[in-house]
Design a protein around this ligand. Structure first.
Ligand SMILES: Nc1nc2c(ncn2[C@@H]2O[C@H](COP(=O)(O)OP(=O)(O)OP(=O)(O)O)[C@@H](O)[C@H]2O)c(=O)[nH]1
Length: 302
């Protein structure tokens, strides 16, 4: 069940409680009531009640699937879960005859219904205002990204400008909390030549293939940016040197397989030293790249 609702222990608990309550109420209904003879069942009513029960169950499951944890979700789940239980009792009422002097099940059928409706309505109203706040934030963020050209128009990766903002934030964390901060630089070899032979459109396509491959190789916490023309930088927070070399190799492999042999990339990586200025990081990466390319061409010549 945790696979269906990943990281949503709250949802699994709600579902278990509701099913448990459903089983208890069913047992109670069968203890108190007697099965109606087939001829006494109003089948039209039965089908109507069964459809209502199935729909209420679907609402309950959909709410669990689309809502994150939180008190609004609890409100919605209690509301829809209780509503489902009342529709279930309504359905059982079509099949069972209760003694006229026993009013317990009649109360259980009718009393929780308005309460569940009230909770559902309350939850939906708060969900609506919550969604409006999220929409406002998304709109602002989108506007900010457009206005400040934080997205590279060719690859749709973040631009150098955004990288600089994030880098200074991560550098602060690195200095304060001593979390290792690493970076990988990815450069396409012979891109100018490829561009000249195949034209800028094919060049753009290669850039996009590298960008897509980087996004595949990234973890949630990493950030890939287009640094300059055919050069990309990936920021890897909380990543020590031995891990960054593994990620760097993974990125290189992903990019090379995305480029399908028409081009190749070179990757270099570093881990920031405490209080190392941002400018120095880029200088170090660029120097590492120059050395890597030089030793590559020496190996090729040899
Ligand atoms: N198609 C395309 N080409 C671009 C873009 N931006 C820059 N370029 C070209 O990318 C090329 C980059 O050249 P270099 O930096 O010499 O790259 P290189 O040939 O791979 O050389 P090394 O990096 O030393 O291996 C130049 O020809 C630029 O005109 C772009 O957005 N699209």
């Amino acid at each position: 069940m945790t696979r269906l609702f990943p990281n949503q222990k709250q949802h699994v608990v709600s579902l278990s409680i509701t099913l448990f309550a459903g089983v208890l109420l069913t047992l109670l209904a069968f203890i108190i009531g007697d099965l109606e003879p087939m001829s006494a069942i109003d089948w039209m009513d039965f089908v109507g009640e069964a459809a209502a029960t199935i729909m209420a169950a679907i609402w309950f499951v959909l709410l669990m699937l689309c809502r994150p944890r939180g008190w609004v979700t609890i409100l919605l789940l209690i509301g829809s879960g209780t509503y489902w239980l009342t529709t279930w009792l309504d359905l059982l009422d079509e099949l069972l005859a209760y003694p006229p002097d026993n009013r317990l099940l009649a109360w259980l059928e009718s009393l929780p219904a308005p309460i569940s409706m009230f909770l559902l309505t309350w939850g939906l109203v708060v969900w609506f205002s919550e969604q409006q706040a999220v929409n406002r934030q998304l709109k602002q963020r989108e506007h900010f990204h457009r206005e400040h050209s934080l997205i590279d128009p060719v690859t749709q990766l973040y631009s150098l400008r955004y990288l600089l903002v994030q880098l200074s934030r991560e550098a602060l964390l690195h200095d304060k909390r001593e979390q290792p901060l690493s970076m990988v630089m990815v450069d396409i070899d012979g891109f100018a030549h490829y561009n000249r032979i195949h034209g800028p459109r094919q060049g753009d396509q290669a850039l996009n293939e590298v960008a897509a491959a980087l996004e595949v190789a990234l973890r949630d916490t990493d950030l890939a940016c287009r640094y300059t023309s055919d050069r990309f930088v990936v920021l890897l927070p909380d990543t020590p040197p031995h891990e960054v070399s593994v990620f760097s190799q993974l990125m290189e492999d992903c990019c090379n397989s995305a480029l399908k042999g028409k081009l190749k990339v070179t990757t270099v990586q570093l881990t920031r030293q405490k209080e190392e200025p941002e400018q120095a990081l880029f200088e170090r990466l660029n120097q590492l790249l120059v050395s890597a390319k030089r030793s590559q061409s020496q190996t090729e010549v040899a």
